[in-house]
Design a protein around this ligand. Structure first.
Ligand SMILES: [Zn+2]
Length: 328
């Protein structure tokens, strides 16, 4: 049976649990049956450790709602980032503990990514798009370990792409096999204009990754909006990917955009005006073939999680109704 959910907004909640409660109530009133929490924003894992009092307070709120809960790992968590890998793995492990305590059944994470270049400058963090900013924020957050300090003048040779991805697969396999009660889902998240190495770049890379992780509690998240951006607004290509990936998909992310790949900065909503990038619109506001995509989900058994920006909260209920109508 398909359940329809909506993601919380970490930047809006920003640690305020009254706002978490307010969002959950909004989602419930809009007709959602599940909710995707986002680890950052809850302030429950700090310095890769659980703060028990926060965990207790969050669980108390979550129990007031009859949702299926899933959780998005921090957007900056990147298992191809060799410099921060240990702390990212630690965050993954404590997130499993938090998930168990809070009754969260599924952890979603973005496929690791790494710039395509032979050498990497450790201080090269001058990227300007939002996703790169998230990576940077996360890296800054974990860089308090003095051993991790960037050395500006040195260049570090990077392992080859295949080895990096093989390492990522091995790490996920270990995490998943040690937590058979939690579903792990790797999401396609490549939509910037910079070429990057990532198993989430295309359907064949994702299927290959799935087969190599080879755990009963590992599946793929297909973010339909990300795929549409990846294909520069080619809806047929997104539907083709979706058909190919369906046997391996355990989770769906759905939001609209204009199929216009961009690293442009937002400047207070400007990207909405131009329609540039990963703008998480209400369904039907962009050009994603929403109904054709939903028509492919007749045999899907899982959650269709809407990731619509908080500024469009007035439209949650009509988006949920549209999904429900098209899944009938
Ligand atoms: Zn997503």
């Amino acid at each position: 049976m398909i359940k329809i959910g909506q993601s919380m907004h970490p930047n809006w909640i920003n640690g305020d649990l009254n706002k978490l409660d307010e969002e959950l109530r909004q989602f419930k009133d809009a007709g959602a049956q599940s909710c995707e929490l986002v680890l950052q924003g809850l302030d429950v894992v700090i310095g890769a450790r659980i703060i028990e009092s926060r965990q207790d307070a969050i669980i108390k709120i979550l129990r007031d709602y009859d949702f299926d809960y899933t959780m998005h790992m921090p957007h900056g968590l990147n298992l191809l980032d060799q410099e921060n890998l240990e702390v990212f793995l630690k965050i993954f492990r404590v997130s499993i503990d938090f998930a168990r305590a809070a009754g969260i059944k599924l952890l979603n994470y973005h496929a690791g990514r790494s710039r395509i270049d032979d050498k990497k400058k450790p201080d090269d963090k001058a990227a300007t798009d939002e996703s790169a900013k998230a990576v940077e924020d996360s890296a800054n957050g974990v860089n308090e370990n003095p051993n991790d300090e960037a050395k500006p003048d040195e260049e570090v040779a990077k392992p080859d792409p295949k080895t990096l991805i093989q390492n990522e697969i091995a790490q996920i396999k270990t995490l998943a096999s040690n937590a058979p009660d939690i579903m792990f889902c790797m999401e396609n998240a490549q939509f910037g204009t910079e070429p990057e190495i990532s198993a989430g770049n295309d359907a064949s890379g994702m299927i290959d990754y799935f087969k190599q992780v080879d755990q009963p509690n590992f599946k793929l998240t297909f973010d339909i909006g990300h795929s549409y951006l990846c294909h520069n607004g080619d809806g047929a290509a997104t539907l083709e990917d979706m058909k190919q990936l369906l046997p391996y998909i355990g989770h769906i992310h759905l939001h609209d955009n204009c199929g216009f790949k961009s690293d442009a900065r937002d400047f207070g909503g400007q990207r909405l005006v131009t329609g540039a990038g990963d703008i998480h619109l209400p369904l039907g506001w962009g050009s994603l073939p929403v109904e054709d995509a939903l028509a492919l989900l007749k045999d899907y058994d899982g959650i269709v999680n809407l990731e619509i920006e908080q500024r469009f909260s007035a439209y949650y209920s009509e988006c949920i109704a549209l999904v429900r109508e098209n899944l009938r």
